[in-house]
Design a binder for this molecule. Sequence first.
Ligand code: WTA
Length: 649
Amino acid sequence: METLSSTVPGPVISSQPLDRAVYDATYKASIDDPDTFWADHARRIDWIVPFKTVRSVNFHYPDVAIEWFADGTLNVSANCIDRHLAERGDQTAILFEPDSPDEAAQAITYRDLHGRVCRFANVLKALGVTRGDRVVLYLPMIPEAAVAMLACARIGAIHSVVFAGFSPDALANRVDDCGAKVVVTADGAPRGGRVTNLKDNVNRALNHAAVDPQVLVVKRTGQQVAWYEGRDHWLHEMEATVPADCPPEEIGAEDPLFILYTSGSTGKPKGVVHTSGGYLVWASITHETVFDYRQGDVFWCTADVGWVTGHSYIVYGPLANGATTLMFEGVPTYPDAGRFWAVCEKHGVNQFYTAPTAIRALMGQGEEIVAKYDLSSLRILGTVGEPINPEAWNWYDRVIGTGRCPIVDTWWQTETGGHLITPIPGQIETKPGSATLPFYGVRPVVLEPSTGALVEGNPAEGVLCIADSWPGQMRTVWGDHQRFMDTYFQQYPGTYFTGDGCRRDEDGYYWITGRVDDVINVSGHRMGTAEVESALVAHEKVAEAAVVGFPHPIKGQGIYAYVTLMQGVEPTDALRKELSDFVRAEIGPIAKPDLIQWAPGLPKTRSGKIMRRILRKIAEDAPGELGDTSTLADPAVVDDLVSHRMNRG
Ligand code: WTA
């Protein structure tokens, strides 16, 4: 069986000369006639009923509607498993590397995966899950996470993975928002030699959730857990009672595959909805093309399945392509800072994909630790999640890639489903710090931020929007299509607004400059400043809070919080710690403020709006660049904030 029926011009190995003409011609074809291009490329996946209509897209507010391949049907899990069985049933699909290097790695073949996914799907059915039901996955980075995702896809249930680092409160909000019928978790999650009590977190979350899901528990650590008879079920016990086979359901291309919550500039996290056909085409074509994936390669994406990167490049893209995908339970620094390189050597990793924050952290550990390992299997290096500074890029290139491995700096978002702006190995020459050029079919435009006017020619600078749809695009916000339109299509009519700023240089290369909204990017994780603020003001001693990002040498951005205390509350270091811990408990460790400054007052306009521009400059230690403060209700508050600023260079 032909699994990679790719008609994309064959990837060129890194030692061969660059062939920019291949990219130019392919890109041009994709833009000139998207219907023909995507009709062709969508055949890389197996359809049950082939689609007749390629796309139906309206980007105009307030009638935004996006469909791809809408009259086709398929099953995503059959594409990721069943169609590979005849040719590579005995090939490793998932290579699992546990947290502890002393625990044996596991190689799960496509045939094993088929068996495990079928059983898991039958367990979900036994719990009453049917097509369209939501299943929340709150799991460690263990094979069961991928198995559970694929089991949902097999029966047409919609999964929503919640990162296991999120707190019980954050979990409860997500369980409620999607109305989950089942929550899948594990007894505990080993990470960096410590164990998080995931089942306890679920117990606490469900204590105050509005919905009342069943709980399915994977035994990972064997630790004691508090058990609720009638609600809680052990996976292994249920698996013993269900049939071994579960035929894949026929699913519409536009039926939702998953919901993934992500932070925005306002309000609670949004449930980003991705559908089945277009998403899989996008995950699959980008995985093969951008990583130059070839049969037999071992592909490693170090993200967590709790983020979109894990969805598209640990699970769906690689498995749709019949790849061997490595899943790592641990952290880069356990048992020591050589772990990533030890795993690359141990499993002969060919493509390695990680975040700039990890590169910067490991860079600080020196080169000797890297030199201990044989990294000659590496062929492609990738980065994602935040802009990479040229210094880190060069270190990655020189020390990890020894100058032989093309680096793909992939720009994309939870909303985009997969890469949008990225180098293609063998086709596009790289520049350190630039995500380079748009992937096939992607039409980036640079707009003037205040007017929305198109900035033509090069160089250009402004906000980054996308002028037309691509198959992997999100379709809506779960339960709130209006919010989807308001967030992405209202501000710059007729285009998708990314929330990022960018520069396009004289060669037409894109340089992402970071978010232009109130979202900060901490170690490659998106965090809404409004979320951190509402966690802070939930504390009884806090009257008001304003949160901004500030440049951080490792994390990219750190979290800087200005806090006004209730009348009479003493500002102490102990209280600083108490507030940090409180935010950690409300959202999770990734939301913990790095710096908290006591603010007797916040800079506000006469109409009461907080002037964040000023707070950002103070947090950046740039008090000389505050700009015009004459519109403030009380300009004196700024002097106090400047003189007590926390981040002095
Ligand atoms: C940022 C992660 C610069 C950007 C896949 C985007 C990047 C946000 C890059 C999405 C990159 C991601 N260069 N910035 N290569 N990749 N970003 O939804 O600000 O977690 O809007 O998706 O990360 O983060 P998200």
